[in-house]
Design a protein around this ligand. Structure first.
Ligand code: SF4
Length: 367
């Protein structure tokens, strides 16, 4: 007689005892096909660590200051060269004008702005756009620039990362988004983003931001060439940095979209919903020191994001006024999710919708 062994049982015992999961546990979780058990375990871990029924979202405006980029990541469908007809680089004045116009339509509390690494601007350009946005919208939190962009600014200016971050903070930068982390494995980076800086630089930039009192977010772009081992390694490196600094506000798993990239021609497909849910659950279980895990509805669609709230996620990101990077790569979700619709999805999932600001202060709740 074959006796089925529940590979999740030892992990469940650790979770119940409040013990930290290790690399082998992470691997066993990814290798498990028992999706519902993974979801239940992740939700249990979330609640044991103090999570309740609230599911958060923020009203935010997405801006991209430029789509000109020198890096040429293979997964990117957003970047262009300066010579292409659809290249743009907005001035501070144009960005402010756009933001003020949008503010009349939606009451966003956060601007999320990232862009390409253009060699055709200088560091003063970045300082100026932050300063202008902050002066025009002093009550709006400015979540701007990936660690890769910060690194790019050190190249443009000759300044150290700390000096770049301090200069931006002093004119209004509130936090960093988490992009640019991709997957930390050197093998993966060589294959999908050979022009990007080493992962140590991403980690060091966030470490430096935290030391300056600038909170940040962290991500993993998954669903391409990475192995389960490389996923676990990535998550554990984030966890180690959080142990050191406590500066990450949330983890956001980003599913790879192959459309309009070289990978589409190779016949690559989107991640399956089951993989998205598994990633949410495993990251919630391994990242025991990062308070929030986001189910980014822009990528997975609101119905699956609502399901992810039962797999360890406690945040669906936001109402997101305009988003271009994932839409350039084929994301087909609505670019503006109306609050009432978002509230409906979250409530129907049995959770309490809470509108938050960037730092997770509660602004409004629906019960
Ligand atoms: S992902 Fe970012 S760094 Fe890479 S090519 Fe696209 S815009 Fe440039």
């Amino acid at each position: 007689m074959v006796v089925a062994v529940d590979t999740l049982e030892p992990i469940r015992e650790k979770v119940e005892a409040g013990e930290r999961l290790d690399f082998e546990d992470g691997l066993a979780l990814f290798e498990s096909d028992d999706l519902l058990a993974l979801g239940e375990l992740a939700d249990r871990a979330r609640r044991l660590r103090g999570g309740a029924d609230e599911a958060y979202f923020v009203q935010n405006l997405y801006l991209n200051q430029t789509n000109v980029c020198r890096v040429k990541c293979k997964f990117c469908a957003f970047a262009v060269t300066q010579k292409q007809s659809d290249a743009y680089t907005y001035t501070g004045e144009e960005l402010v004008e756009d933001a003020l116009r949008q503010r009349e339509l939606t009451g966003f509390t956060e601007i999320h702005m990232v862009g390409g690494e253009s060699p055709h601007v200088d560091f003063d350009y970045y300082v100026e756009i932050v300063r202008r946005l902050h002066e025009a919208l002093p009550d709006v939190h400015l979540k701007l620039f990936t660690a890769s962009e910060i690194h790019h600014m050190t190249k443009l200016s000759g300044l150290a990362h700390e000096d770049v971050l301090r200069a931006l903070r002093d004119v209004g930068l509130g936090s960093l988004p988490g992009g640019g982390a991709e997957v930390f494995s050197a093998r993966v980076r060589r294959l999908v983003a050979p022009g990007k800086e080493a992962p140590e630089i991403w980690l060091e930039t966030h470490r430096t931001a935290h030391a300056l009192g600038i909170p940040t977010h962290c991500t993993m772009l998954y669903g391409h060439v990475e192995t389960y081992e490389e996923r676990v390694d990535h998550l554990l490196r984030l966890r180690a940095l959080q142990d050191e600094t406590g500066g990450f506000l949330a983890f956001i798993p980003l599913a790879f979209h192959p459309e309009n990239t070289v990978f589409e021609r190779r016949g690559w497909k989107h991640t399956a919903g089951s993989d998205d849910l598994k990633l949410i659950a495993v990251s919630r279980l391994l990242l025991d020191n990062i308070a929030h895990v986001k189910a980014y509805w822009i990528m997975m669609g609101m119905p699956l994001a609502a399901v992810a709230l039962h797999f360890g996620a406690d945040d669906v990101q936001g109402t997101v006024v305009r988003e271009q990077i994932f839409h350039a790569a084929g994301a087909r979700t609505e670019t503006e999710q109306k609050i009432d619709e978002l509230v409906r999805h979250v409530s129907d999932a049995g959770r309490i919708p809470v509108q938050r600001d960037t730092l997770y202060n509660e602004l409004r709740r629906w019960e």
